[in-house]
Design a protein around this ligand. Structure first.
Ligand SMILES: *Cc1c(COP(=O)(O)O)cnc(C)c1O
Length: 454
């Protein structure tokens, strides 16, 4: 299996190289040359696998330059820190309503599925090439914590994560700063998230510096991240009974950068008979407007109760565009150039992809947390809450739960008057944070990196 760039100006490459590359050199995103198609017999066989074996089976279709033993080893280690024996768990709330719990990893958010596995692939790469991996990124919360836990204590890897001082939740900060690992450097920046992100961008723009220190990005667009997320759509499907499937299964996905829902769509393209997808956005509704009006237009980001979905541009959207344009890379390239210039993309061809979108503002998030709890005795986090807006009554909905409610005590307190707890967060409260406070200044961050890579 080879992987191509959505912009068509990069030589096709194998899985290992695609994962090491991240963003294609032509600025596009990597996609499989063709989608593997499963037969009914394949699906029957996969339905009997546990989560780890299913992950190895999915990667076996794409990572054809790695042996099954190597893949299985990576998967085993990646998910050893998950607290639920099933890794991902489907919880039935009613016949027509299920929750896919994706928060049993080390940082209690679904990004652990991808980043724990990506950490394994980085280590393979490091062992093969002898070149250390030094990851640099900026975060407003979940991604940084999950990336840190994916690389925690790994040989030949270091991770530098910038975050705005006072701009991430106290629990998220603790997840980044209480690891005790010598290869983890959380950098608390005196500035906003945008300042932190700009510093990271500028450092990556300094190519000699970047190459001298082998810096790579915490990539929200890495191919392996999407593939790791394909797995749980299959897993959830296999756990539903015939009656639930017969109604038609709608996956409801709280969405920011569009990576998670794209993974579900890939599962469908591989042959999983999903009826449809709901793209659930918060008040930052660029994707909702796109699915309603066919216009993809950047607005200002407004801070919401579901901060990991506060995005302006959905970085994985380009992959979806590629499929909607039937793989016409010249058109993708032209449209993305227009989009960069104007901040707007009016979508040319209407093509039914079985997707629809919903929007949930902060007041509605609080209301959803309350009503779900009142009706089912189940507490959801503010991101997952967005998935309970406008459920289709004619289908079986599977709402992806992207984070554990205990990560967001303020919203839960407001909605329910009490705060759910989780043992791993309670443990964190007893540990000493280690962070490095720096001015919002590129030179200061570079000096820190040089000093600590010695
Ligand atoms: C990252 C994140 C999302 C959004 O996922 P995308 O793949 O960016 O669409 C939703 N919920 C939580 C808790 C997250 O951390």
């Amino acid at each position: 299996m080879r992987f191509l760039s959505t912009r068509g100006q990069t030589e096709p490459m194998g899985f290992t190289e695609a994962v090491a590359t991240g963003l294609a050199p032509d600025g596009g995103l990597l996609v499989p040359e063709s989608m593997p198609r499963l037969t009914q017999a394949d699906l029957d066989a996969w339905s009997r696998l546990d989560y780890r074996d299913l992950t190895a089976a999915v990667f076996g279709c794409f990572a054809t330059d790695l042996s099954q033993e190597v893949i299985r080893g990576c998967v085993e280690r990646a998910y050893s820190g998950f607290s639920h024996p099933e890794v991902a768990h489907v919880r039935r709330l009613a016949d027509h309503l299920h929750v896919l719990e994706l928060f049993h990893g080390p940082t209690l958010a679904f990004k652990d599925f991808a980043l724990c596995l990506l950490g394994e692939f980085y280590e393979l790469q490091q062992a093969r090439t002898g070149v250390p991996v030094n990851v640099l990124g900026a975060t407003s919360g979940d991604t940084g914590a999950a990336a840190i836990h994916g690389l925690l204590g790994r040989k030949g890897a270091n991770i530098f994560i910038l975050y705005p001082n006072g701009g991430v939740s106290p629990l998220q900060e603790r997840q980044m700063t209480c690891t005790g690992a010598p290869n983890v450097f959380p950098l608390s920046i005196d500035g906003s998230f945008d300042d932190a992100q700009k510093i990271v961008k500028d450092i990556f723009g300094d190519l000699p510096f970047r190459h001298r220190h082998n810096l790579s990005a915490v990539n929200s667009i890495n191919l392996a991240r999407i593939l790791a997320q394909v797995v749980y759509y299959f897993y959830a499907w296999f756990r539903l009974d015939d009656a639930a499937r017969a109604r038609g299964v709608e996956f409801v996905v709280p969405t920011g950068n569009f990576g998670n829902v794209l993974a579900g769509w890939w599962a469908q393209q591989m042959g999983l008979p999903v009826a449809g997808f709901t793209v659930a956005t918060n008040q930052n509704d660029i994707l909702h407007r796109f699915f309603e009006e066919g216009v993809y237009e950047v607005g200002a980001v407004s801070k919401s109760l579901a901060p990991s979905m506060d995005i302006q541009i959905a970085s994985n959207f380009e992959r979806y565009l590629y499929y909607m344009l039937d793989g016409d890379t010249d058109r993708v390239r032209r449209l993305m150039a227009d989009f960069r210039a104007t901040g707007r993309l009016a979508f040319p061809a209407e093509k039914e992809q079985g997707m629809r979108a919903t929007r949930t503002d902060d007041a509605a998030i609080i209301d959803r947390i309350r009503t779900v709890h009142a009706e089912y005795g189940y507490a959801v986090d503010p991101h997952t809450a967005c998935g309970f807006t406008g459920l289709r009554p004619d289908r079986t909905s599977v709402v992806l739960s992207t984070a554990h409610p205990a990560k967001f005590p303020d919203a839960l307190e407001r909605a329910l008057g009490h705060i759910p707890t989780h043992p791993s967060l309670e443990r964190l409260k007893a540990l000493d944070p280690v962070t490095h406070r720096l001015p919002a200044d590129e030179a200061a961050v570079k000096a820190f990196i040089v000093e600590h890579l010695k």
